[in-house]
Design a protein around this ligand. Structure first.
Ligand SMILES: Nc1ncnc2c1ncn2[C@@H]1O[C@H](COP(=O)(O)OP(=O)(O)OP(=O)(O)O)[C@@H](O)[C@H]1O
Ligand SMILES: [Mg+2]
Length: 299
């Protein structure tokens, strides 16, 4: 395992880049940018009777590289899911540009797959039918998707469960099905919103290891939201911490340990040091939010 773990990069950057212009906060130095937030703000509401508006994201800047695993931490309500929903194309930016492969995102697409905390499997379909429904509906031939589905079932450790129904599976197994279903369309980007939040500790670790193994096989760009600092470090190439709402990237921290990782990583000095720093950064935002006047919280 590479011992160079604790690359702690406080943001915003105060040192100018070589060009003289300061790098955008959260921006990676690599040219192969997959997803780019450029001054992205998101405001909800403003119409209807109440007219309440919520500024969820405020001029957010971050670049995410192809095949990078980025995890996102931040206090509740800071805009993490909003960020993911923008990448997924479920929501549109209010101002600024959000680009994928240099082009604006204008809606959902098969190049991006989403996994949520609660498994959203169809209870009347088998595991195999749940995994293959989407590609089948898109007209992909059976002899293309079926071998791929079998391979994914093997990879997520569910061989032999093809004909089971969701009620016959544990929570962890249902999440494995969700991940296989997400990967069957060979997405270039995998978006996960607290995917393991409902699982017990041991199952979470197994799922985190599984995710890293799947990344090794398929190399998608991963955007992973979690409230769990350990999880954020364990799976990430880079951990982003968001400020309290309106959300911005408060800091970005690189995790340089080799992947895939196993549970031994959790007890290394590097991991523990990162955990302490990130916990502190998140706690600061949680308390800052608590101490805001009620009107500012609602605005
Ligand atoms: N569809 C929506 N309509 C109106 N307001 C919304 C909508 N979605 C999110 N918001 C508001 O935007 C803010 C950010 O919400 P978001 O769900 O992105 O936060 P989050 O960081 O994912 O929170 P949590 O950690 O609790 O999941 C919140 O104030 C929320 O009420
Ligand atoms: Mg959320």
């Amino acid at each position: 395992m590479n011992a160079q773990v604790n690359t702690f990069t406080p943001l915003p950057c105060t040192e100018p880049g070589k060009s003289g212009a300061p790098p955008r906060p959260g921006a990676s130095q690599d040219n192969q940018v997959k997803i780019s937030f450029q001054g992205v703000s998101k405001t909800y509401g403003g119409r209807g009777r109440s007219g309440n508006r919520t500024l969820a994201l405020d001029r957010m800047d971050v670049d995410i590289k192809a095949a990078e695993i980025v995890t996102v931490l931040g206090p509740t309500g800071c805009g993490k899911s909003s960020t993911l929903n923008l990448i997924a194309g479920f929501e549109q930016t209010s101002t600024g540009s959000l680009l994928i492969d240099g082009k604006p995102i204008d809606g959902p697409g098969p190049d991006r797959a989403v996994v949520f905390q609660q498994p959203s499997l169809f209870p009347w379909l088998t595991v195999m039918e749940n995994i293959t429904l989407g590609v089948k509906c898109r007209g992909v031939p059976k002899d293309t998707y079926e071998p791929r589905a079998q391979m994914l079932l093997r990879e997520v450790g569910l061989s032999g469960f093809e004909k089971h129904y969701p009620y016959q599976l544990s929570g962890g197994m249902q999440q494995r099905v969700q991940i296989a279903r997400a990967l069957i369309s060979e997405p270039k980007v995998l978006l996960l919103d607290e995917p393991f939040g409902a699982l017990d500790y041991q199952t979470r670790i197994l799922m985190q290891e599984l995710l890293l193994q799947l990344w090794q096989e398929h190399k998608p760009t991963i955007f992973f939201i979690t409230h769990d600092v350990s999880e954020a470090i364990f799976v990430a190439d880079r951990v982003l911490v968001m400020s309290h709402r309106p959300g911005r990237i408060k800091l970005a921290v690189n995790v340089n340990a080799d992947k895939p990782r196993n549970a031994d990583f959790l007890s290394t000095p590097e991991f523990i040091s990162l955990q302490r720093d990130l916990l502190h950064a998140v706690q600061e935002e949680v308390h800052a939010n608590k101490n805001r006047p009620p009107m500012a919280k609602a605005a």
